[in-house]
Ligand binder design. Sequence first.
Ligand code: NAD
Length: 367
Amino acid sequence: MVDKSRELKRILVTGGAGFIGGNFIYYLLGSEQVQIANLDLLTYAGHMETIAPIANDLRHRFYQGDIANAETVHTLIQQFRPHAIVNFAAESHVDRSIAGPAGFIHTNINGTYTLLDRALAYWRELPPDARSEFRFLHVSTDEVYGSLGDTGSFTENSPYQPHSPYAASKAASDHLVQAWRHTYGLPTLITHSSNNYGPFQYPEKLIPLTILNAVAGEPLSIYGTGRNVRDWLYVADHCRALWAVLERGRVGETYNIGGNSQRTNLQVVDMICQILDDEIPTSPHRPHLRLKKFVEDRPGHDWRYAIDTTKIKRELGWMPIENFERALLQTTCWYLDNLRWCTAVTASAHHGNAGPDGTPLLRSVTS
Ligand code: NAD
């Protein structure tokens, strides 16, 4: 229920036609008193179909544009006058960063710089109260910390050790954000989350790709031994965490966000196959497990990621509430119910690049 007596909080969301940004906008419109400007370039990963249900919602306005274009960013910030900027916009796929890193440097590094630069110019001119309330939240990844062995987990004090061009570009953007905080005083926050899953994820990442390939009876390619571990975070849990950080996080701090759900890639693929066997009893591809195919490992494939969520739990009272088995079932059913969305987003995408093993990216399995 919207309280009309309060001014709506104006939030500039970048990358809001993508997976997590889109979910974040739905989360905010459903539970908070906000006005959203959504700036997205609509690359292969961003789609109007993802935000079609809110096309006529007066609290959300979409702008197609590049976060690395200073004029675009400047004009939008000056017109919209945000209370906060949440930066999701990025090139986000590790395999694509190996095949062609240039776009990652452009968006993740130059784009973040441009946002910081224009945000700072705007922030400096705000009256004192508005200046102290303004926030710049940069959404980053646990991949900046590199890889873990069989034990341990990443804390906010873990050293930066990015391995892939994607992780290196996100690490660079984190350092820029920290520099804008320390040098100019811009009120920034950074989050590092583990691998997300849920509705609206472009079907090139492990979970949606496995679901769609299995439904189509295509091979389910698994890198190496399939024993690499990820700490799976349901996107709705992530969105709640981001809002908690934006509202109550200490300025200048970093918060790690994880799902407390470590699974090997093989376990994830096996679970999806089982779910599909149950959900589509008439499928000619049952048992879906027989579609599994081990392929040459990704170069520099990080072995394990795991997040220590002690800080965000202690300071902000946030914990993941989704159970992996239940949320994976829910996610799989969402894809089965939304094949039209899958067809629309993959039909309009640019599929020019090949994965590191030469296969088209839509056929590779990654996380
Ligand atoms: P995504 O690839 O689904 O969406 C990225 C969005 O950014 C797309 O809508 C795309 O059109 C837009 N975009 C790309 N370049 C742009 C540019 N130059 N200007 C404006 N918009 C541009 O990504 P995602 O999975 O939703 O990830 C969102 C953020 O969260 C990223 O910063 C990513 O690094 C981070 N993250 C993702 C995960 C994950 O598991 N997906 C985990 C940790 C952190």
